[in-house]
Write a protein that binds this ligand. Structure first.
Ligand SMILES: [Zn+2]
Length: 375
């Protein structure tokens, strides 16, 4: 593999090209990506073609210079000194694994660019065998991953390959793979808007945007558990078969997909939906429009044809409309983990506010009328 550095990016910019096609043989460094992105250069990843003929620059350009990353040997022992098995190392260095490692790095970069990860937060994994999974290491920013940082584990979270220790939260990912065979990849992060819903214990309301209903809705809301603990795996695993996006109480969001990018898409859609709702809640709306019941059935029919999971397939149209999203947003009910914890705000909150407003308008009207009336 060759490395395309910031120096290479500077050279590339002199060529005047508008896009850079690259493949799994070329690792673009974060610094080079920043320079290219600032100059508006489109990066196009070509997964299968080793040397695209229409590349604006010969990919060999970067490979002329020896780089330390190319020569880094694959670790033969785990970070705690145990020897890895040759068959695991063979799988870990297979072309399929190398391609997945690049995809994980690419998605890590996209999560970081969108501010879904903070510090060392977030983690990504992907199935590579019946009992083998690639995953991100612990303690590393997801914005600056390189393929040599990726680890491999079995379904019990034992590390099978990789020079760095695997993420502690892999056990939560593995719980999803266990209950949901369709899951080929899992992304976990702390995107601010969706995490705010998880922190408030507020499930995103339905029937507001079709994109959400078809590709994600409805998201599950899991109670808080210690990150990476067996208890966390216990609450997340059973929710996954019917929910591709799960809000983790007081923590973040975890999504699964049929590929690394698909899992990431679920997270993007979840955060965009939560963000839109936040803004919509601030706007005056006299009409409170929603997607009508019969149109909701159409959307769910479409979703079913696409083979996507949803817990509402058995509901009748009227049942799909039982929830008024605007009423939910005004009252902001919260999900209680125990009946002993009252967590609903006053149910009369909205009426009280309206009554106060009416009284204020009345007193202002009276005041104006008194001034206008001749004495
Ligand atoms: Zn987390």
């Amino acid at each position: 593999m060759s490395v395309f550095s910031a120096k290479d990016a500077e050279e590339f910019l002199k060529s005047g090209a508008k896009e850079l096609r690259y493949n799994r043989n070329l690792q673009i460094t974060p610094g080079a990506r920043d320079l290219l992105s600032e100059a508006g250069i489109r990066l196009i990843f070509e997964s299968d073609s080793p040397t695209p003929a229409n590349s604006p620059i010969p990919l060999s350009h970067a490979s002329n210079t020896p780089r330390p990353m190319n020569t880094k040997p694959v670790a033969t022992h785990s970070p705690d000194g145990k020897p890895y098995k040759p068959e695991h190392l063979a799988l870990f260095t297979s072309p399929e694994a190398e391609k997945l490692k690049l995809e994980i790095c690419d998605i890590g970069r996209r999560m970081w660019m969108r501010e879904y990860t903070d510090g060392n937060g977030g983690n990504i994994s992907a199935r590579i065998g019946p009992n083998e999974f690639l995953c991100t290491p612990t303690g590393v920013s997801k914005g600056f991953l390189t393929p040599d940082m990726i680890c491999m584990v079995d379904s019990n979270a034992n590390q099978l390959a990789g020079s760095l220790p695997r993420t502690s939260e892999i056990t939560t990912h593995l719980a999803i793979y266990k209950t949901t065979p369709e899951a080929k990849a899992v992304c976990h992060a702390h995107p601010v808007h969706a995490t705010a819903f998880a922190v408030a214990g507020f499930e995103p309301p339905p029937r507001l945007i079709p994109e959400w209903e078809v590709f994600v809705g409805k998201a599950a809301l899991a109670p808080y558990r210690t990150p990476g603990s067996p208890e966390m795996a216990e609450v997340i695993g059973p929710l996954a078969p019917k929910h591709q996006s799960i809000l983790m109480g007081n923590h973040g969001v975890i999504c699964w997909g049929t590929s690394v990018e698909d899992a990431y898409f679920k997270m993007e859609i979840t955060d965009a939906y939560c963000r839109t709702i936040f803004i919509a809640m601030q706007l005056p709306s006299g009409q409170h429009p929603t997607i009508p019941c019969d149109k909701m059935s159409e959307l769910l029919e479409l979703k079913k044809k696409m083979g996507l999971p949803d817990p509402r397939y058995d509901l009748k149209p009227a049942e799909l409309c039982e929830v008024d999203p605007w009423a939910l947003m005004q009252d902001r009910p919260r999900t209680c983990s125990s009946p002993a914890q009252p967590c609903h705000p006053s149910p009369n909150f909205t009426q009280a506010t309206n009554a106060e407003l009416e009284a204020l308008v009345q007193s202002l009207t009276d005041e104006i009328m008194a001034k206008l009336t001749p004495k």
